[in-house]
Design a protein around this ligand. Structure first.
Ligand code: CA
Ligand code: CA
Length: 430
């Protein structure tokens, strides 16, 4: 009995010893031991050593990444950090965390590999956890149809991306093409504009993209994220073969050259589905039903919430649209896959709020109300008129207030109705 106990103690000791913390710092050295007192210089070095259960802590400061750090070239892409190692379970992940209250920044502005797209974090591994750092300056150098990405989830499952900011670059903030049950939580993508490719219209630079190419890539969730001043769309689910959820996210001022009102790319707040003209074949037999809930779309260049020629229904519940040219657009394609646009069918449109679309009266367009479930919205079945005075605040500067200490969206009054308003009791909107 005693012997068994000793064996157990040994097993548990080894298990607890096996979780190692590595540190990297701007002033570090890859020949160091990687401890807090003797940190590595590069994520590449730390990544080469990590095992499931380990954490890589990134100390504060700006990491000026050079092309020598590019880990892999794969097809069209230069993968700067190519993360293919896996954690093994929800409580034995591999973690890459900005250290405590420090906020490290990876500056990619000097990574311009000839003839290649750039993906900064190429993630094929599963059970990984990225938290609390920023990526700036990601480049596009190609002049044809192309894109770069700050994060590309390419096969990894059960990953968490939390409290990250991807900004002031030419790349998409976050882009998923394959992998299930990934959570993108409390992240910001802003001021991203590609002025080089395709005549500089910035038409591929979305804040967040969920484009799973396999029907198994289910359960991906965007939650608590903000997208603003991205030159194409805020959130984009085009060509998705599996349903995604966008929950409690804010999307505003997309489709403009950052910091201006000059038009750039598509400018949709939430592009919740669809298949491009040549991509109808990508749609599975049963089109995925995306969920867009408790979201806010303000002053995007084009639509606020958009079904984007989807081949089936989308769920829009408890969203708020304000000052988009069209706040809600439900346009579908014919279910038999002819390339013919038809009024939206199969959508569930409930508890939404629309105010002051920039084109008068365009609260909800391109919808076949007999073929959708449309209940308890401010604009349908009955349109209820509200005025600016009915709101506690219409000040959009609230949208970019700093996040709360736990990383959550700031508490704001923007587009919140006064409590004596009739609509207040109905609890509509985000
Ligand atoms: Ca586009
Ligand atoms: Ca787009």
């Amino acid at each position: 009995m005693r012997r068994i106990c000793w064996v157990m103690v040994l097993i548990f000791s080894v298990a607890s010893l096996s979780a190692t913390n590595y540190f990297i710092a701007v002033y570090g050295n890859d020949n160091s031991e990687g401890s807090i007192d003797a940190p590595f210089a590069t994520l590449n070095k730390a990544q080469s050593l990590v095992e499931p259960g380990d954490t890589v802590y990134i100390r504060g400061g700006v990491y000026h990444i050079g092309e020598k750090q590019i880990m892999t070239f794969e097809g069209a892409y230069a993968c700067v950090f190519d993360l293919q190692k896996n954690g093994v379970s929800l409580d034995k992940r591999i973690c890459y965390f900005g250290y405590k209250n420090e906020r490290p920044v990876f500056d990619l502005s000097q990574v311009k590999p000839a003839g290649k797209r750039v993906t900064v974090f190429h993630v094929g591994g599963s059970f990984l956890y990225f938290k609390n750092f920023e990526i700036i300056g990601t480049q596009v150098t190609l002049t044809g149809h192309t894109q770069s990405e700050c994060f590309r989830n390419d096969g990894g499952n059960n990953n968490i991306y939390e409290g990250l900011a991807m900004h002031d670059g030419m790349a998409i903030g976050f882009y998923l093409i394959k992998g299930a049950k990934n959570l993108i939580l409390n992240c910001d993508a802003y001021n991203n504009y590609d002025y080089v490719s395709e005549n500089g219209i910035g038409g591929n630079v979305d804040g967040f993209g969920g484009h799973p190419t396999t029907e198994e890539s289910v359960g991906n969730v965007f939650r608590g994220c903000r997208a603003w001043y991205n030159s194409d769309d805020g959130f984009d689910l085009i060509n998705a073969r599996a349903a995604c959820t966008i929950d409690h996210c804010w999307s505003f001022l997309n489709g403009y050259i950052p910091g201006t009102m000059k038009p750039a790319g598509d400018g949709t707040g939430f592009k919740a589905g669809g298949y491009g003209m040549q991509e109808m074949v990508r749609c599975p037999e049963v089109p995925p039903v995306h969920r867009v809930e408790y979201c806010l779309a303000y002053y995007n260049r084009n639509k606020g919430f958009y079904a984007n020629h989807h081949l089936g229904g989308v769920l829009f519940n408890h969203n708020t649209g304000y000052q988009n040219p069209y706040n809600f657009c439900m346009l579908n394609r014919k279910p038999n896959r002819e390339i013919v646009n038809v009024n939206g069918y199969g959508h569930v449109i409930t508890n939404n709020f629309s105010f002051a679309p920039r084109l008068a009266g365009k609260h909800l367009i391109d919808v076949d109300v007999k073929k959708c479930t449309i209940e308890n919205n401010s604009f349908y079945p009955q349109e209820i008129k509200v005025e600016a005075e009915d709101f506690i605040s219409l000040d959009p500067r609230e949208l970019i207030l700093p996040r709360k200490a736990d990383g959550g969206l700031p508490d704001i009054n923007f587009m919140k109705l006064r409590s004596d308003n009739e609509l207040f009791r109905r609890g509509l909107g985000y």
